[in-house]
Write a protein that binds this ligand. Structure first.
Ligand code: MN
Length: 296
């Protein structure tokens, strides 16, 4: 199934090419709008038959071209990300001619992982907003893994049972000396979408073509078979440290070909079977004045 979040955080399942069936009514009305996908995933086993029936009835249809497509998981509780998880990406980051010249860059075997702020999520109707004119910002094309059930100390052999689905994901990065979690956590630095493709539609997450273009020029092209730690191993690694919860997202790492983006660029990430995410790049505007806190 292909699951979308659209308009006022309504949940839709794709039928017949470009039609969305609205299944928001299947989610507890008390759930905050931004948390509906988390709730749907957490209660998946008990509502999947109802979703299939609703898709078959095909009532309450909206055409994809007439809705605002939001990130398909607007508020994961945790985003955990794999650093340097492709060998050829390791080679381009360090050494004499790397992004960080002279630096010896290790791989995931050394760094293990880092956390991205969940507020860095955005989707196709948003834009990647670059905050500073004098810093370098890079695209990183990644397969995003959406966790389906609570995972604690899961072995790689069991890991597939914990995957809900997959999503194209961009791990936008400011280059520089700051900690990874800071440089990669600016608002809009984790675009995902346009939809979550459920795991049953992806035969082998370890063999998917990944391609990224900027203004039509191919920058990254690889296959997830080149991952140093594949998806099951990432779930093992991260669930060893932290409890992964339904709706959490793992960013699996980027292949070689990372490069700078600028305001005015259009970035297109295509992952075989999982989908195509198109994002605009803009300069960040100053934040509007915030309302006062507390009770009136
Ligand atoms: Mn990355």
């Amino acid at each position: 199934m292909k699951l979308y979040v659209f308009d006022e955080h309504r949940i839709g399942v794709l039928v017949a090419g470009s039609q969305l069936v609205d299944i928001t009514y299947l989610i507890d009305a008390h759930v905050v709008a931004e948390d509906r996908m988390t709730s749907l995933i957490a209660n998946w086993d008990s509502c999947v038959d109802d979703i299939r029936e609703a898709a078959q009835r095909g009532e309450s249809l909206s055409d994809l071209t007439n809705v605002v497509i939001l990130p398909p998981q607007p508020r994961p509780r945790t985003i955990v990300a794999a650093p340097v998880n492709y060998r050829r990406h390791q080679a381009e980051m360090g050494g004499q001619h790397g992004v960080y010249p002279g630096l010896q860059v290790h791989t995931i075997e050394t760094y293990a992982g880092f956390i991205k702020a969940s507020t860095s999520i955005t989707g196709p109707s948003g834009a990647i907003e670059l905050p500073f004119p004098d810093r370098r910002f890079d695209h990183e094309a990644e397969l995003g893994v959406v966790i389906g059930r609570t995972a604690k100390q899961v072995s790689r052999h069991d890991a597939h049972r914990y995957v809900f689905g997959y999503v194209p994901l961009l791990d936008i990065t400011m280059r520089g000396p700051e900690d990874r979690s800071y440089r990669k956590s600016f608002d809009t630095f984790t675009p995902i979408g346009p939809c979550i493709v459920t795991a049953d539609e992806v035969q082998n997450s370890g063999h998917l073509d990944v391609k990224l273009t900027v203004k039509g020029e191919v920058r990254q092209q690889a296959n997830t078979s080149d991952l140093i730690y594949d998806v099951p191993r990432l779930i093992e690694l991260y669930s060893e440290a932290m409890t992964l919860q339904p709706g959490d997202i793992i960013a699996s790492g980027t292949p070689e070909g990372v490069g700078p983006i600028e305001p005015g660029d259009e970035v297109v990430l295509t992952i075989e079977t999982v989908g195509e995410l198109t994002m605009r790049v803009t300069r960040r505007e100053p934040a509007p004045p915030q309302g006062t806190l507390g009770c009136a």
